[in-house]
Design a binder for this molecule. Structure first.
Ligand code: SF4
Ligand code: FES
Length: 252
């Protein structure tokens, strides 16, 4: 009879937001084409660590299971990424799983990404519509522009770009590249551009565009391939123009 092949996972765990993190090792049966989530589900099914001791099931978050919701993001072998699309066969063992450090830990691998959603509120990352009545068809958008905007709209607020950015840390208020890129998206919309000044004004400080140090890590890690550094460069220009406009007291 052939011997069962196992995979080893070293997981950074934390029982609650206040407690100290610790590492626990697990050995789970290998199956072909396993992703990290299926390995975690195996631990949940049989919460016994590599020393054979019964333990609590490892806690993590997931939603779509197809790299759309961003909820399953964690640091896998040192790289922030989604655990639903991270395949065991492509990872060196033992596989190290850690929560992202940019966000407060809720429990084990689950973090609280509220700061990203708060930032989206701060930059008004929406198109304001006055009422819910039928407004008729919106302005037409050229197909090339629609395709371009679609790329920016793929952001799933996963937080991986914040995790990779050296300027997003406990000593800085920088909101990070993802919400800034959404300013560019909403300012480019024919209706959204009516509030472009307001959005640009909201990112002119150290929390916004001035907090970027151009490390360029964000664009390398974004799983959606969003051109974050291009967005940031465009926003530098747009905020500079906005400053001139406010200095000279003109909206045009
Ligand atoms: S820009 Fe990319 S890495 Fe950053 S939150 Fe959005 S999808 Fe995630
Ligand atoms: S579960 Fe939604 S991105 Fe992985």
């Amino acid at each position: 009879m052939s011997e069962e092949k196992n995979i080893t996972l070293v997981i950074t765990r934390q029982d609650d937001p206040e407690s100290e993190p610790y590492k626990e090792t697990f050995s789970v049966p290998y199956r072909q084409n396993m992703n990290i989530i299926s390995a975690l589900m195996e631990i949940r099914r049989n919460p016994v660590n590599a020393d054979g001791e019964a333990t609590t099931p490892v806690f993590w978050e997931m939603g779509c299971l197809e790299e759309v919701c961003g909820a399953c993001s964690m640091v896998i072998n040192g790289e922030p990424q989604q655990s639903c699309t991270s395949l065991v066969d492509q990872l060196e063992q033992p596989i190290h799983l850690e929560p992202m450090t940019t966000f407060p830990v809720v429990r084990d691998l689950a973090v609280d990404r509220s700061r990203m959603f708060d930032s989206l509120k701060k930059v008004k990352a929406w198109i304001p519509i006055d009422g819910t009545y039928d407004l008729g068809p919106g302005p037409r958008v050229a197909e090339t522009k629609r395709q371009w905007a679609y790329e920016l709209s793929k952001c799933m607020t996963c937080g991986v770009c914040l995790e990779a950015c050296p300027n997003v840390n406990s000593k800085s208020d920088f909101i990070g590249p993802a919400p800034l890129s959404q300013v560019r998206l909403f300012n480019s919309h024919p209706t959204g551009e009516m509030n472009s000044s307001e959005r640009l004004q909201s990112i002119m400080d150290e929390e916004g565009i001035m907090g970027c140090g151009n490390a360029q890590n964000c664009v390398q890690v974004c799983p959606k391939g969003i051109p974050l550094t291009t967005s940031l460069a465009a926003l530098y220009r747009d905020t500079a123009v906005e400053s001139f406009k406010s200095f000279f007291g003109s909206d045009k």
